[in-house]
Design a protein around this ligand. Structure first.
Ligand code: 3HC
Length: 699
């Protein structure tokens, strides 16, 4: 006879004879929130007091086993029972407990399995310890029990890399005991029977010993100091894994203390903001609803951008027709796409066979008329309104009814572009970031006439390309470039006023940027910014202080950065060094302008940079270019290399505090009152005691 009873909304027990199944059911991903923890604790206690039960099997309903602790609970006061205590109770159960894992057994979910006495994986399984991505470490036994099953090196890879491995790899490492196929409940029943029959061995993980590996620990700690100096939790992971050689209870205490210390860091808050932010940007009405089918894409322009976009589409399995005006442009496009795909093969992202299939789906053409059958066209030619007008006028004639017409413009007005067609409702901006097949940001720019299904299709397309689509309204530079153009001026002023480009770069790298702005400029080519400055020269207000005369003069020498061997840095030696000739130009300009150079500390450089960024970010939210602060944050994390552990400029603004920000802007404003102005929204937030997190919650 089978007896099924629910202990609460998330946990039920199904008992038939000597077998008891515990089912976890907490959609969508069975996170181990309070009810799961309470229910599991109660189930283990109950079943241990039930005389006839000889084995307990834990499985989960729905699409996955437990995908971790409930991240939404982090940062709030913890409520008992705590996860480690529940897992310790499972391990201490006098009745053997096995776990059946399907889908993604991650973090606390994998740790739950590690505390059981045997683990059966179901084909398609992925297991992982992704806590490091959230600024945490596995805090419910993962750093102690996984080394006992699979060794320290495997644990270190899993916990520091944060990437899941598949079932076969987990099996080979000893992290799971079997990999089978079937429905989780049925597998649970048959595996439980095997435990009773003695054909599936069980044992508490804590009974196993860990082989010490001091060399690995030292090498890993050294590597982290070099490669991840800003991050806190990876260093704590090494400490916790090192403790796995101690008796389990002692190791668990060390792990717990390390976990709690990570929980207290701003990095944890920043990384969790990034986790939810990545999902929040498409959790808006504009991204939902009907979409148009996109089965074939046309791309106009075979330059770096067009080829990168083509590569991204091909990687997503979409056939691409690329249009260029001349054969050499088309040849270059094909060569770049081929090179990008080969790079993906080398990085292990693509198999040789998939690369061949992608190349077979790439159709270069010199005839714009060949776009008559595509569902989406992305124009990626250089930034000239005249050229774009001409292209969209032609597309209007050539493209089939219902085709989506997109421009990859970085600055130009989508409404002006749409006005060249008789179907402005089909036009939107799809702004990619270079290299387009790597960078995950896609700004989805809504024109005034863009149809709702076209906008929603933009989001669906971003998802298909595994990109983070962020809604932006039309303005010069949309969200990202508009903000960048503003804070780039602050960088220019810092240099004009006395900081060297290398000092600025070093300070900002200390803040967490992968590369300082002058190194980035040298890498991208200083001529790009120069061309843009020339294009917009007539829009400059002469009353504004010009920020980059030195950059112009450096470009006038033909020094465009890496590609010419010189820019802000000199690339002729083994390592780039500050270019003395560029420093001389900066000095020359300072004396022409009568500037007496002043010294800036690294802290002051960072403060001015981030404050300038926040000021324009606030304006972007204020005028509705970005829907919410979180949209700005995700643009900067996924498109501009803003340090993820800081959550984004407006998450950082909350950490700095509105009072401090306003005081800073007013102080800088005494030097340059035109540039440093307090945005009205910031003042209002100060009056209301509002935060950017609060604005996000209001939506
Ligand atoms: N807690 C709370 N909510 C979670 C969650 C979690 N651990 N994992 C996912 N969710 C939510 C998402 O926010 C999303 O909510 P929404 O629909 O309202 O936007 C929903 O579940 C579905 O998630 P995805 O959109 O990401 O769905 P996918 O199918 O693309 O991916 C997944 C599923 C692979 C499980 C992915 O969500 C994921 O990687 N989740 C995070 C896993 C994780 O980091 N676990 C470790 C947590 S920390 C921990 O366990 C500490 C322990 O050591 C003590």
């Amino acid at each position: 006879m089978t007896d099924t009873r629910a202990l609460n909304d998330n946990i039920s027990i199904e008992q038939s004879g000597d077998i008891a199944l515990i089912c976890i059911n907490n959609p969508p991903v069975n996170a181990s929130g309070l009810l799961v923890r309470q229910g599991l604790m109660a189930a283990i206690t109950d079943l241990n007091a039930t005389a006839e039960v000889k084995v307990i099997a834990i499985y989960a309903a729905g699409r996955t086993f437990v995908a971790g602790a409930d991240i939404k609970e982090f940062g709030k006061p913890p409520v008992e029972p705590f996860l480690p205590d529940v897992f310790n109770a499972i391990e201490a159960s006098s009745i053997p407990v096995i776990s059946i894992l399907h889908g993604t057994a991650l973090g606390g979910g994998f740790e739950l399995a590690l505390a059981t006495h045997a683990r059966i994986g179901i084909e398609g399984l992925k297991v992982g310890l992704p806590e490091v991505n959230l600024g945490l470490l596995p805090g419910a036994g993962g750093t102690q029990r996984l080394p006992r099953l699979a060794g320290m090196a495997f644990t270190m890879d899993m916990a520091l890399g944060g990437k899941p491995v598949n079932g076969a790899t987990a099996l080979e490492a000893g992290a799971i005991d079997r990999l089978v196929s079937g429905d989780p409940r049925k597998v649970a029943l048959s595996a439980a029977q095997e435990v009773i029959d003695g054909t599936l061995p069980t044992r508490p993980t804590g009974s196993l010993a860990v082989e010490a590996d001091p060399d690995l620990l030292e090498a890993t700690a050294n590597k982290l100091r070099m490669k991840q100096p800003h991050l806190y939790s990876p260093h704590k992971i090494v400490e916790a894994v090192a403790a796995s050689v101690k008796p389990l209870e002692e190791g668990l205490q060390i792990e717990r203390a390390a976990f709690l210390s990570c929980m207290d860091t701003p990095q944890r808050a920043g990384l969790i903001h990034a986790f939810f932010g990545e999902r929040a940007v498409s959790n808006i009405p504009e991204a939902k609803g009907d979409t148009r089918d996109i089965a074939k894409v046309g791309i106009i322009g075979g330059g770096t951008m067009g080829s990168g976009i083509a590569t991204a589409c091909l990687l997503a399995g979409l056939p691409v027709r690329m249009i260029e005006v001349a054969q050499d442009g088309l040849d270059r496009g094909l060569a770049t796409v081929t090179n990008n795909l080969e790079g993906a093969v080398k990085r292990g992202k693509l198999t040789e066979a998939k690369k061949d299939a992608a190349l077979a789906a790439f159709q270069p053409s010199l005839m714009m008329e060949d776009l008559s059958d595509v569902d989406l066209v992305i124009e990626a030619v250089f930034e000239s309104m005249d050229v774009k007008r001409d292209i969209f006028g032609k597309l209007d004639v050539i493209c089939k009814e219902g085709a989506i017409l997109a421009s990859n413009t970085s600055y130009l007005d989508i409404n002006d572009i749409a006005a060249c067609t008789k179907r402005p409702q089909d036009v939107l901006g799809l702004h990619f970031f270079s290299p387009a097949h790597v960078m995950r940001l896609l700004e989805i720019v809504q024109g005034k006439d863009t149809a709702p299904d076209v906008l929603a299709s933009g989001f669906a397309f971003a998802k298909r390309l595994k990109k983070v689509g962020v809604l932006a309204q039309v303005c010069d530079g949309f969200i990202g470039n508009r903000i960048m153009n503003h804070y780039a001026k602050a960088v220019g002023y810092l240099v004009l006023d006395g900081a060297s480009p290398a000092e600025v770069d070093q300070a900002l790298e200390g803040f967490g940027l992968a590369m300082g702005p002058h190194k980035v400029g040298d890498l991208a080519g200083l001529d790009i910014g120069w061309a843009n400055r020339k294009r917009t020269a007539d829009q400059r207000d002469p009353a504004d202080r010009y920020a980059t005369p030195h950059a112009d003069r450096i470009c006038e020498q033909g020094w465009f950065g890496r590609k010419t061997g010189t820019g802000y840095y000199d690339y002729s030696g083994d390592r780039p060094v500050p270019n003395p000739a560029a420093l001389a130009i900066i000095d020359e300009i300072r004396s022409e302008l009568g500037i007496t150079p002043q010294a800036f500390s690294a802290e002051e450089i960072v403060e001015r940079y981030i404050t300038a960024m926040i000021v324009e970010a606030v304006r972007v939210v204020e005028d509705g270019t970005a829907k919410r602060p979180v949209d700005v944050d995700m643009v900067f994390l996924f498109g501009y290399g803003f340090p993820r552990f800081r959550g984004g400029p407006l998450h950082e603004a909350d950490q700095i505090g509105i009072d401090t920000l306003i005081a800073r802007i007013e102080r800088y404003g005494t030097e340059d009152p035109r540039y440093w102005q307090v945005p009205a929204l910031l003042r209002k937030m100060q009056e209301d005691g509002e935060t950017f997190a609060g604005l996000n919650r209001k939506g």
